[in-house]
Design a protein around this ligand. Structure first.
Ligand code: ZN
Ligand code: ZN
Length: 364
């Protein structure tokens, strides 16, 4: 990392007419400064100001992790110290100092602390999402980390599947998967794994149960690994034996929607437009009402970030964004199927990171 990121942020501050941005969200702090501890804050100005604040516990860690170019302050109350550091209006002017804060992250209580410690004439301006917009386009190093997280997660599931699905409980499979990912070097699962069999597969965000996975059913597995600060996200749906023809039909439908919409991913395509490709296929088959979530989302330092691929998305895809393509059909009380790949947006298409096969696999 370099000062490239704070400089890109500084340019965005100028565009927004802000005199400083207070960065409180820890994922944003890490992306911006390199610091990964649990208490840190950055103040960035459109000019030279690059201030990082943390407390005594992180004296050593912050010295090791901070990218070059940051001025560091150790303070017991970093929010109060930041409130003072954002400055005061220039003497003799009646102007104010406009300080952006992340309104999606700062609590009402912390906002109160901030407001009571800034100088007269400092205006606190809601400015959430500025770093998230920059973060959505990944640099080469970030792409390598996401590729590595995806490879690790794929290898872990492949290993877990050699131990079978039918006869094990959903919870056993989830624990096995998490343990296998951690043993292979993952920091953690990037979110709690979903292992959903039988009628439970109709719940898009099912929690693994202490229920044995039966033979002859579908099992949806949605999992990811976090490695070096970056997440992966993937879903496969497996059969545990001979399927009801209805289940097979839904699998084939979701697969067609997934492959066709994945082929529509490219720089310049709209998030709404790519979503519509999958949605029209599923709707034409009479399952439109059974696909109630968006087609996909960005993945990076967070497992859910911009851009969104959905009916409400205004995003236009850019080279270097990393998105999931994950249509699903969920028939309440009956069955559900989701198939999800992770892909990097390129000039003329997508680099698919997920390596696992998508034709229906039978795992007993
Ligand atoms: Zn997923
Ligand atoms: Zn996802």
């Amino acid at each position: 990392m370099s000062m490239d990121r704070p400089d890109r942020l500084a340019a965005a501050l100028t565009e927004r007419g802000l005199d400083a941005l207070l960065v409180t969200d820890l994922v944003n702090v890490r992306w911006l400064t390199g610091f990964s501890g649990s208490n840190g804050l950055a103040v960035v100005g459109p000019g030279e100001q690059r201030l990082f604040l943390t407390d005594f516990r992180y004296l050593t860690q912050s010295a090791e992790q901070l990218d070059a170019g940051w001025e560091r302050t150790i303070a017991p109350e970093i929010l109060q110290a930041a409130a003072v550091a954002v400055g005061v209006p220039a003497p003799g002017t009646d102007g104010s100092v406009r300080v952006g804060f992340d309104d999606a992250d700062l609590s009402v209580k912390d906002h109160g602390t901030l407001a009571s410690h800034v100088a007269d004439g400092v205006e606190l301006v809601p400015a959430g999402g500025m770093i998230e917009r920059l973060r959505s386009v990944k640099d080469a190093g970030e792409l390598d980390k996401i590729r590595a997280a995806t490879r690790l997660a794929d290898a872990a599931l492949t290993e877990v599947l050699t131990r079978g699905l039918a006869g094990r409980t959903e919870r056993e499979v989830a624990l096995d998967l998490e343990f296998t990912m951690r043993r292979a070097g993952a920091e953690e699962a990037s979110f709690p794994s979903i292992i959903a069999s039988g009628t439970h597969s109709a719940l898009p965000h099912a929690s693994p149960r202490d229920v044995e996975i039966p033979v002859g059913t579908l099992v949806t597995i949605d999992w990811g690994a976090r490695l070096d600060g970056y997440a992966s996200d993937c879903t496969r749906t497996y059969a545990t034996g001979e399927l009801d023809p209805r289940d097979r039909e839904i699998y084939d439908l979701v697969l067609e929607a997934q492959e066709t919409s994945l082929a529509a991913v490219r720089a310049g395509a709209g998030g709404r437009e790519v979503d519509a490709v999958a949605r029209s296929i599923i709707t034409a088959a009479g399952h439109g009402e059974h696909f109630g979530h968006g087609l996909g989302h960005g993945v990076g330092a967070e497992v859910h970030e911009g851009p969104r691929l959905s009916q409400r998305s205004d995003a236009v895809l850019e080279v270097g964004q990393v998105v999931t393509v994950e249509p699903g059909v969920y028939v309440p009380g009956a069955v559900g199927v989701r198939i999800e790949d992770l892909a990097v947006v390129t000039e003329d298409g997508a680099e698919v990171l997920t390596s696992l096969p998508k034709d229906l696999q039978v795992i007993q």
